[in-house]
Design a protein. Structure first.
Lengths: 294, 304
């Protein structure tokens, strides 16, 4: 789409665009290029520049079981947190969409968790799910040692997944609800007049109309689970116990800033970048679909 | 709907109420835990009624993590990022939509592609840039041989240095560029009728006048939605402030929470930790509650 009426002073136009151009060059493209460069070189320990090693860094990472551990953990985290957040968000949206008494209150409250900083909610969940105090500790009184995210990797993973999902339920809820409300009432009313019950209408009208939203949220949730999980992991488990919750971004941070292995961290960044690019491209394909539905 | 569905209605109310409980429970637990003394907060099962030590714990958390100062830092940081994003994306979209110059589409796409480069994947090199923000330009000058040329002509060897670590600029500037914001404004500007531009030009308004007096007031809704979303987003940032502010004078409230985690084997002062959590949660919670309408609108429109 193009405008017919524009201003003639093209240099003012460029002047308006320049701040953002400088920003994205300095803080996006340069670092991204730098990451590619670092991923293919090795820094000399005592200064003296970088030596070219080609794809050696990638070879090293891809044969490192610790790296694959972080990949697997990230996908487990992404899968379960997305399922949980989307599933609960969908159920709540479907029920709020029935607009019974009080649904306005639910609509307001459900989004609150999304406003909370990941580290703050992580600290809250760390307390609630702590083995010796908080809400779950009584489990250990009944069956000693059953629940301990500080020692048991599975428990720790469950804890971070629950904390992350709690935040993203409201987010998914908002999108599902807005999609549900976009479905013409005449459709569901016609179906009801034809004798379709609530479940039938849900299955044959509402859910099919939601598929674009589902795909869209699926991609967003997975991408966010790669990015927004850092604060939760850092506060709740610090990647432990025994690397059980060491997700990809956490490992990049750890190798880069604690281990000072810039080349390894850069190579990991590039792999993550490729993953996110793939997800974003997928997302735009589905957004196109979403427009076609309307 | 048309039919009577008593059972379904009961199920609806039950499920929604459960959802409500789950959404609110952590807030309640944090507030309750923040009101007990050390002994009661560690009781199993945890008491669900508030105790009488609320202000005591709040003051302790406030002073221990220096939250007054840190909240001010958070406010400057989040406010700066939100204002910067709103302003920069508005003028960029203005340039792209209302002017004709070569490379216009290329600029738009270059901004759009940054969506695929979230901070988390370029964190190490971005940190290096923040350590010397002129570094990229120095490298370009070195590689192109311009440094030698300048040294030869003027006798001065250029060494561009400007560190952004431990400064508000360093916190804010790298987060100001925004693809979603630019996209949002572009979509909005495209809906402005051509007649409005023609009329403004007829009345003698130049491009800057048109932007300030007509376009900016028209986009108030966009500004409110975008500013709310971006303020929350920035306030809740953790990784970037954690790296850039090694010195506590510029640390934000969210990164300071780490100081309050009870050590394993130490005194489990969960009451203080929860009081701190509550203090850090409250500002964003307030923004969400007060700006609910803009917040939800902003969420849905920025992600489309």
């Amino acid at each position: 789409m193009e405008k017919r009426a524009t201003f003639g002073h093209w240099w003012i136009g460029i002047a308006f665009a320049i701040p953002q151009i400088i920003l994205i060059f300095t803080f996006f493209y340069w670092p991204a290029g730098q990451a590619v460069y670092w991923s293919m070189t090795l820094q000399q320990p005592w200064g003296g520049g970088n030596i070219w090693v080609g794809l050696d860094n990638f070879r090293q990472i891809l044969t490192d079981p610790l790296y694959w551990n972080s990949v697997v953990r990230s996908f487990v985290f992404a899968l379960f947190s997305t399922l949980l957040a989307m599933g609960i968000g969908l159920v709540l949206a479907v029920f709020v969409d029935r607009e019974l008494a009080g649904s306005k209150v639910y609509r307001v409250v459900m989004i609150w968790p999304y406003g909370i900083a990941a580290p703050a909610l992580a600290l809250a969940f760390r307390f609630m799910l702590a083995p010796e105090a908080g809400l779950l500790a009584f489990v250990n009184r009944l069956w000693p040692g059953l629940w301990d995210p500080g020692l048991d990797g599975t428990d720790a993973m469950i804890a971070v997944i629950v904390a992350f999902s709690w935040k993203y339920v409201g987010y998914n809820f908002v999108f599902f609800l807005s999609a549900l409300q976009g479905i013409p009432k005449s459709l569901t009313e016609a179906a009801a007049l034809d004798g379709a019950g609530w479940i039938r209408r849900l299955r044959d009208i509402q859910l099919p109309m939601l598929t674009p939203t589902v795909f869209f949220l699926l991609v967003i949730d997975i991408t966010e689970s790669f990015q927004d999980s850092f604060g939760i992991v850092d506060i709740m488990t610090s990647g432990g116990p025994a690397r059980a919750t060491e997700l990809m971004v956490y490992k990049i941070y750890f190798d880069g800033f604690r281990g000072l292995d810039y080349s390894g961290a850069a190579a990991q960044s590039i792999i993550l970048m490729i993953l996110i690019v793939a997800l974003t491209v997928l997302q735009f394909r589905f957004i196109e679909r979403r427009v076609h539905y309307k | 709907m048309i039919e009577r569905t008593p059972i379904l209605n009961a199920v609806t109310h039950t499920v929604l109420f459960l959802g409500f409980l789950v959404a609110v429970l952590p807030f309640v637990v944090v507030a309750v835990a923040a009101s007990h003394d050390l002994f009661h907060v560690n009781l199993v099962p945890m008491p669900l009624l508030p105790g009488g030590h609320f202000w005591e714990n709040m003051t302790e958390a406030w002073t221990r993590a220096d939250l007054g100062h840190k909240l001010l830092n958070s406010l400057i940081f989040a406010g700066g990022v939100a204002a910067g994003k709103v302003f920069v994306s508005a003028i960029t979209a203005y340039a792209i939509v209302f002017f004709r110059f070569p490379g216009r589409q290329a600029i738009f796409w270059a901004i759009f592609v940054t969506l695929m480069l979230p901070l988390e994947v370029r964190i190490v090199p971005t940190y290096a840039v923040a350590a010397n923000v002129l570094g990229p330009y120095q490298t370009i000058l070195d590689v192109t041989g311009l440094t030698d040329l300048i040294a030869w002509i003027s006798g001065i060897r250029l060494d561009l240095q400007f560190g952004l670590l431990n400064s508000y600029t360093g916190l804010i500037l790298p987060l100001v560029a925004t693809a979603t914001g630019t996209f949002l404004y572009r979509q909005f500007f495209l809906t402005i009728p051509d007649e409005l531009v023609e009329a403004a030009k007829m009345d003698g308004a130049g491009p800057i006048r048109f932007f300030v007096d007509i376009l900016w007031p028209l986009s108030r809704n966009n500004v409110a939605a975008l500013a709310t979303i971006m303020f929350l987003w920035a306030w809740n940032q953790y990784l970037w402030p954690l790296l850039v502010t090694t010195d506590p004078t510029h640390a934000t409230a969210v990164t300071e929470l780490k100081q309050l985690i009870p050590n394993v084997g130490g005194v489990p002062e969960w009451n203080i930790a929860m009081a701190g959590t509550l203090i850090v949660m409250l500002p964003t919670l307030l923004v969400v509650v007060v700006m609910q309408r803009w917040f939800v609108r902003g969420l849905i429109s920025t992600e489309k």
